[in-house]
Design a protein around this ligand. Sequence first.
Ligand code: ADP
Length: 323
Amino acid sequence: MRVCAFGELLVDVTPYGTSDKGYPVCEFNPGGAPANVAVALVNLGLEASFIGQVGDDHYGHFLRDVLREKGVDTSGLLMSPSAPTSLAIVSLAPNGERSFSFYRKHGADIAVTFNPIFRQAIDQADAFHCGSVSLSDEPARTATLDMLKYAHASGKTVSFDVNLRPLLWDDLTLAKSLIEQALPFVDILKVSEEELLFLQPGLSEDEALKAITQRYPITLIVITYGEKGSAVYTQGHLIHQPAFIVKAIDTTGAGDAFFGAFLNGVYTSSVEPESLSEDQLRTLLRHANACGALTTLKKGAIGALPTSEERDAFLASNHEHNH
Ligand code: ADP
């Protein structure tokens, strides 16, 4: 099983204490949600490739090297001679919750079209993954929609993380409309509690999930609730699984660790996604929650994503919150 992930690969500039002069010190963490998911999948034993673009600059080379070192196939990662690698500036609240600002105007990740190199990478994979960040600006917007259509038409299983970053959008109505243009091609969707409300304002959770699955042919919707855990909605049923009790340091990448682990579980299962039993789905959520929780224990995203050994050790010695 091989997954091709497309989208932004950038540097998460993350606070790392203060200098002796009292100024903030930052760490350059490799990041970008779809790249995180590719690493999460490889860490858990699947094959993954990443397609997208970084600048042919110091950061771009750094990011490519990190993905390679992690075992992600980067033969479809382009290096732009003219557009710089994008940066995401992370701010951390005392409880580990993060917020973002971006240095991404004219960034290399945006300056991509659907080209033969990307097409070949999709052809070589069994599944395709992307999210909404690459929908924010042209030409990446059209490329994202084209690749979703292509992957779907080629019979690949398509996963999509809504991953709404309001700061990247001048117009959130447009964000919603573009996400809705992506959904007809999606099999496995990930939303946070807030993103579900954003997509279906004014509806209860159940009504919102029902409305989405009535309108689009999505097989599984996973919902993340941070320290309240996660759920999966399929065939009219919502299955909740509480989070593990941990002392979170930095939640960057927790959602990607979670979704990577969930997808890994679906793709390594011997049954089709629509045939997974409630027990099997509960186990997938539990494993995904463990990977999300483990990722909050370290700063940054890619460097914090657990391996299957780390996940299993964590599962053996940690417990969930009570309902
Ligand atoms: P996102 O909002 O990016 O989807 P979340 O912050 O909800 O991601 O995290 C994804 C998953 O990681 C959660 O569903 C949960 O299982 C786990 N997780 C995140 N934060 C915590 C936390 N503080 N304590 C325990 N588990 C957490």
